[in-house]
Design a protein around this ligand. Structure first.
Ligand code: PMP
Length: 299
């Protein structure tokens, strides 16, 4: 992977190679950490982080469910990330804040383990292809009574890894996981939207991560008078859509051109998808004044 010079680790800026943890780190054994994925984009006024506040809010909220006490304030966390971008002299990157139970305790109750905090960043271009074919996974999303769905917990991602393997095995680019009732939930690291009769539909919250890109697309669509409906979506409805796309920090807006055997919109990127995708890229690059509040500039 592409390295950068510094990593922010427990309040210090360390050299990339020096940011190390013990083999008995609690989170390595039990997945007891929480993390974020954030992107920083190049703009006319220098690098800017997209919706930094919302990502840090979600990080702290995820930590709360795991009873992790973060020894920094939200403001300090945000400031450290902006400083890290500056120190690394990078214009565009993916940012990975992570907070986890560290060394000092084994056994499932992490009480007594240290809490470690880090932020790492590196250049990360396209996460998925320009458009993708997806398989409805044989694995289902974690039951909302098995986990706290709104938290972004490290351990949850083995579910995503299994479904990714399943899709890859059958020659697909990505998977779609259904929820425990058989309705459409989300991708392994993305939320999903479909377009039907010019309306935008997306699974309602419950079994999915409340994505910040999802929230952004809902707001952008409403602003340009596209009706948005958050509801249960069946597999039949999904496959009969006019357009489909994923949203996520890593995936940004990725059009879906095939779901299982079904080709969507003759395999082409849909009209509404294109409009939203263009708007999104304008916004993240600071080209739309109306949404400047979503950008934290690296000064
Ligand atoms: N669902 C899952 C399971 C994810 O991991 C992600 C990526 N964080 C998303 C949805 C999209 O969330 P966001 O738009 O906040 O990146």
């Amino acid at each position: 992977m592409e390295k950068t010079k510094y990593i922010w680790f427990n309040g210090k800026f360390l050299r990339w190679k020096q940011a190390k943890i013990h083999i008995l780190t609690h989170a390595l054994h039990y997945g007891s950490g929480v993390f974020e994925g954030i992107r920083c984009y190049k703009t006319q006024d220098g690098p800017a982080v997209f919706r930094l506040k919302e990502h840090i809010d979600r990080l702290f909220n995820s930590a709360k469910f795991l009873k992790i006490k973060i020894p920094f304030s939200k403001k300090e966390f945000q400031k450290s990330i902006l400083e890290l971008i500056k120190l690394n002299k990078i214009e565009e990157c993916y940012i990975r804040p992570i907070v986890f139970y560290g060394y000092g305790k084994m056994g499932l109750n992490p009480k007594g383990a240290s809490v470690d905090c880090a932020a790492i960043l590196w250049p990360w271009g396209k996460y998925l292809k320009d458009k993708v074919k997806v398989k409805i996974s044989k694995f289902i999303r974690l039951h909302p009574q098995s986990v706290v769905s709104s938290a972004k917990v490290c351990g949850y991602y083995v579910n995503s890894i299994f479904s990714t393997f399943d899709a890859e095995k059958d020659g697909f680019d990505e998977s779609i996981l259904l929820d425990y009732r058989g309705f459409v939930a989300e991708g392994p690291g993305e939320n999903i939207f479909i377009v039907k009769n010019k309306k935008l539909l997306t699974p309602k919250l419950g079994s999915i991560l409340p994505g910040i890109t999802r929230d952004s697309i809902i707001k952008i669509a409403k602003d340009i008078k596209i009706e948005v409906i958050e509801k249960d979506i069946s597999v039949k409805e999904l496959k009969n859509c006019d357009e489909a796309f994923f949203t996520g920090t890593a995936a940004e807006i990725t059009p879906i051109y095939q779901i299982d055997e079904k080709i969507i919109n003759k395999g082409e990127i849909g009209e509404i998808t294109k409009i939203l995708q263009e708007k999104f890229y304008q916004i993240v690059h600071g080209e739309d004044k109306k949404y400047k509040k979503w950008l934290a500039y690296v000064k």
